[in-house]
Design a protein around this ligand. Structure first.
Ligand code: NAP
Length: 326
């Protein structure tokens, strides 16, 4: 078991062979909130946090200005560190590993990790979040790490003084574009429509930024470059004209898709591809299996709504276990 630097306060570690009350798969705001609540309910949750994805999407974010309780904002990774500490303080066991398969039918569920270890529990909370969406154009995959990126905070530093592009018109794209102005000479936002989807405050910040330019009504047809990105071929969706944009970096910020690979064909999904849950609850199509956060939410997808839904899942777990025991 990989331990985090600060050990949990509880020294009682449940042996792997024992059937636990709850296993939480995923460690974004939803997973950690579910952990805090189930730990405080003395359910001794085991969280499988992910090996490289631990902490979820907020680990790739800079300032979070809209999470209630932080009037001066908080850095995404700091918020996740705080949530992790709070979860461990009440006795959550955290493993920084990946779940490769789940058996969810029946009263006892089994969760298997990449190294083959198996853990059993009466309930499982799936809070696997979402993954960056790809453009799906020529050159994109090949040039990831060589100019193509989905994470400005991770890679922005490498583009000092360069001309780069951000693709997308939502809050993520505006946030990335604004952040990248710290390093880049110019940031060109390429958006497929003539207006932004981003919230007004983010859109205005980007629109009035002297280093940010916009190319409207345009899609990326291909990413150009042999060993490194040298540009992007664009198609104007109104005129049909194609053009070349000379950039050395291309940040794709066109949204996310729910991470449901683990439960595809096992749990019922919605048309939007998220895990289907019963009305406002976190109950999935299998009894004793609950889901929370971005993986169930095609609409709101905020850190605070994910946290709220993690709380709902924890309370649903408590009620379910109480019913089973009565
Ligand atoms: P989003 O709101 O879904 O926006 C995705 C953008 O990418 C849209 O402008 C969309 O175009 C464009 N797009 C989608 N697929 C595309 C494709 N194949 N080719 C080209 N463009 C494509 O996603 P998001 O920006 O990641 O935001 C997700 C949620 O997180 C939102 O609720 C947002 O408010 C929230 N968020 C908040 C903050 C913040 O408050 N600081 C920061 C980041 C994200 P169309 O507009 O034409 O659909």
């Amino acid at each position: 078991m990989k331990e985090k630097e600060h050990s949990p306060v509880s020294t009682e570690v449940t042996p792997a062979s024992e059937v636990r009350d709850v296993i939480i798969v995923g460690s974004g705001p939803a997973g950690y909130t579910a952990a805090i609540y189930t730990a405080r309910a003395d359910l001794k949750p085991l969280m499988i946090a992910g090996s490289v994805t631990a902490g979820g999407e907020l680990m790739n974010t800079t300032d979070v200005e809209n999470f209630p309780g932080f009037p001066d904002g908080i850095m995404g990774p700091d918020l996740m560190e705080n949530l992790g500490q709070q979860a461990e303080k009440f006795g959550t066991e955290v493993m920084y590993d990946d779940v490769t398969s789940v058996e969810l039918e029946g009263a006892i569920k089994t969760v298997t990790l990449a190294d083959g270890q198996e853990f059993k529990a009466r309930t499982v909370i799936i809070s696997t979040g979402s993954a960056y969406r790809e453009l799906g154009v020529d050159g994109e995959k090949r040039l990831v790490g060589h100019g193509v990126s989905s994470c400005a905070t991770c890679d922005g530093f490498f583009f000092k003084g360069q001309d780069i592009a951000v693709i997308g018109g939502g809050d993520s794209a505006m946030e990335e574009a604004i952040f990248l102005t710290k390093f880049a000479a110019t940031v060109t936002v390429v958006h497929r429509r003539d207006s932004l989807r981003a919230s007004k405050i983010m859109a205005e910040r980007a629109l009035k930024h002297p280093k940010i330019k916009f190319i409207w009504n345009s899609e990326v047809v291909s990413v150009e470059g042999e060993a490194k990105v040298t540009g992007a071929r664009l198609n104007n969706l109104v005129t049909g004209e194609q053009s070349d944009l000379a950039v050395t970096g291309l940040f794709v910020a066109i949204g996310n898709d729910p991470r449901v690979d683990l439960v595809k064909g096992v749990l019922e999904l919605t048309e939007a591809g998220t895990i289907a849950v019963e009305s406002r609850s976190s109950k999935t199509s299998i009894k004793g299996v609950f889901a929370a956060g971005d993986v169930v939410d095609p609409t709101y997808r905020q850190a605070i709504t994910a946290a709220g839904s993690g709380c709902v899942a924890a309370l649903d777990v408590e009620h379910y276990l109480a019913e089973q025991d009565s």
